[in-house]
Design a binder for this molecule. Structure first.
Ligand code: NOJ
Length: 557
């Protein structure tokens, strides 16, 4: 593997960590997380092995969609600090070798954004055409309400000007009109601004919605959505050759591929693997690896320098919308049977540990899977210590509770009175007295220690990120065995989805009995027979990462 190349295409071996500044760490004692608090915790993230921090929206906002409703794209919400605090944070992260990306939310603004305030002031206003207006909701317009608990239409009537405006999400989030060249220029300006302040790219919110122009009247003006996305990527690369676009595209694989930009690979750098994530939960629910194995076999390789971004949990509902109704019901029954655990009829508002009844072996197996499958692993804050959800909180906020740094009522998140926190700290079995970073840091058997080891092994074995993927047959349905090979190097990983110990039979044609399979996560070796077969033993929910090495060099680096 050419080391220069692995460094240039840094995202392929990155460990991404998503956090909300508001709930991560309060540095000034007012009860709200802020950039100063986050900066104090950079060494924690560095020790964990994080190489790229993804900031959820931190811009000024009325906070009616947890910051995804922005009133100023060029500022920092005063509750979280100042632009100066932001720059100090980015600078400190870079000093530790970490890059920073941030949410780019330009499908819509808040309805309190000055552009929209102006737009709705009159049909001739300066910013009227920055949004999408219609006399009547067009029959050929976009379909599908995203938040069916709160909205029943994508169009909201504006009394003052007598037209409807489009809102893909909540009605307080009017959609920007990307058919307007001024809007496209402004989006580039926003990106340029934050890149100048040190960002290495963006997680692009709601990409297909941002690009959609269905049902709009003036078709001649509309850019081809994919040309436009390629333009944005080209602009970004001109400003900073190492910058990435990590896109939220929750579509079947074939449709998602279009957002990488076809064979040229000139649009998004990475797309989240929503399909693989959902099939993984189905496999967990069934205790059988096949649904995930099938998804991985179907998953196309991204073009050129593109890469999948893999995840177990993100900040939204754990969406199961790519499963059939019957499959979704299976996952609901296994992991969230109560109505209060489900959301929008399509997802769960739980974190993984409570779904797995806190089973440490099973949890560790899932994260081993995350770090061994090809794709850039993306962690959501608190996953590394096994935080649970708070079902008392509204909707998706159940999984966005304050980070649990240490035991005690404020969880080390803040010294202020907890009534001033942005959300309640989790209580009970997953509360800070039982689940905290401070306690796990001192425990070599903790989830935190395990994930720290996984980040190191994943980066030390670049075949996992760069290699060609093969799903291997093991003669047992419970086990997912996959192999990543590149330039003569191979890593084989096995994961047992069932609670029972199993023996998995591997056939590695190029090997014979002069080879051994050496464990990368624990000490151990497995014999290879003269015909290249090996029998690998796995505990219930066990996992192993193996590297073939010649018998006389049985200890790999
Ligand atoms: C997708 C984000 O992940 C979600 O949290 C947000 O509510 C919507 N986009 C609207 O911005």
């Amino acid at each position: 593997m050419k080391l220069t190349r692995t460094a240039d295409l840094w995202w392929k071996t990155a460990v991404v960590y998503c956090l909300d500044v508001e709930t991560f760490r309060d540095g000034d004692g007012d009860g709200c997380g802020d950039f100063r608090g986050l900066t104090q915790k950079i060494d924690y993230l560095d020790r964990l092995g994080v190489t790229c921090i993804w900031l959820m929206p931190f811009y000024p906002s009325p906070d009616r969609d947890d910051g995804y409703d922005i009133t100023d794209f060029y500022g920092v919400d005063p509750r979280l600090g100042t632009l100066g605090d932001f720059v100090e944070f980015v600078r400190t992260a870079r000093d530790r070798g970490m890059r920073v990306i941030a949410d780019l939310v330009v499908n819509h603004t808040s309805d309190r954004h000055p552009w929209f305030q102006d737009a709705r002031s009159g049909r001739d206003s300066r910013h009227r055409d920055w949004y999408v207006w219609a006399d009547e909701p067009p029959p050929d317009g976009p379909k599908g309400v995203v938040f069916p608990d709160k909205e029943d239409s994508l169009w909201q009537y504006d009394e003052h000007t007598g037209q409807y405006y489009l809102h893909r999400f909540y009605k307080h989030q009017p959609d920007l009109n990307v058919a307007n060249p001024e809007v496209r220029d402004e989006i580039a300006r926003i990106m340029g601004f934050w890149m100048e302040l040190g960002l290495s790219g963006f997680r692009v919110d709601a990409v297909p919605f941002m690009l959609e122009t269905d049902g709009q009247a003036d078709a001649s003006r509309l850019p081809d959505p994919h040309d436009y996305l390629a333009d944005l990527r080209a602009f970004l690369s001109r400003r900073n050759g190492e910058a990435v676009l990590l896109g939220e595209v929750n579509l079947p694989y074939a449709d998602t591929m279009a957002f990488y930009g076809g064979e040229q690979g000139d649009e998004l750098t990475m797309c989240f693997d929503f399909v693989g994530m959902q099939k993984m939960y189905l496999a967990l629910a069934r205790r059988v690896a096949r649904p995930l194995a099938e998804a991985l076999r179907e998953r196309p390789a991204p073009p050129k320098d593109g890469h999948w971004a893999t995840f177990v949990r993100n900040h939204d509902e754990l969406t199961l919308d790519r499963l059939s109704d019957a499959e979704r019901e299976e996952v609901f029954q296994a992991f969230g049977p109560e109505e209060n655990m489900q959301l929008y009829g399509r997802g769960l508002r739980r974190r993984l540990p409570p779904m797995l009844d806190g089973d440490p072996k099973r949890l560790k197996m899932v994260y081993s899977l995350l770090f061994s499958l090809p794709g850039t692993p993306v962690l959501f804050y608190g996953e590394e210590i096994g935080m649970g959800e708070d079902l008392r909180a509204e909707g998706r906020l159940a999984v966005r509770t304050p980070m649990q740094w240490r035991p005690g009522p404020g969880a080390g998140f803040s010294d202020a009175d907890p009534s001033r926190f942005p959300g309640q700290v989790v209580e009970g079995r997953y509360g800070p007295d039982r689940v905290s970073a401070a306690a796990q840091r001192r425990d070599p058997g903790s989830l935190l220690s395990w994930i720290g080891m996984l980040t190191r092994r994943y980066r030390e074995n670049p075949e996992l990120a760069w290699g060609d993927l093969d799903i291997l047959d093991t003669g047992t349905d419970q086990v997912l065995a996959h192999r990543c090979s590149r330039e003569g190097g191979t890593v084989v990983a096995l994961h047992n989805f069932s609670q029972d110990p199993v023996e998995a039979r591997l056939t590695l044609d190029e090997l014979d009995s002069s080879w051994l399979l050496t464990d990368l996560l624990v000490d151990g070796t497995t014999e290879v027979a003269s015909d290249g077969t090996a029998v690998v033993r796995l505990d219930g929910y066990g996992c192993r990462w193996l590297r073939p090495v010649p018998r006389d060099q049985a200890l790999p680096d």
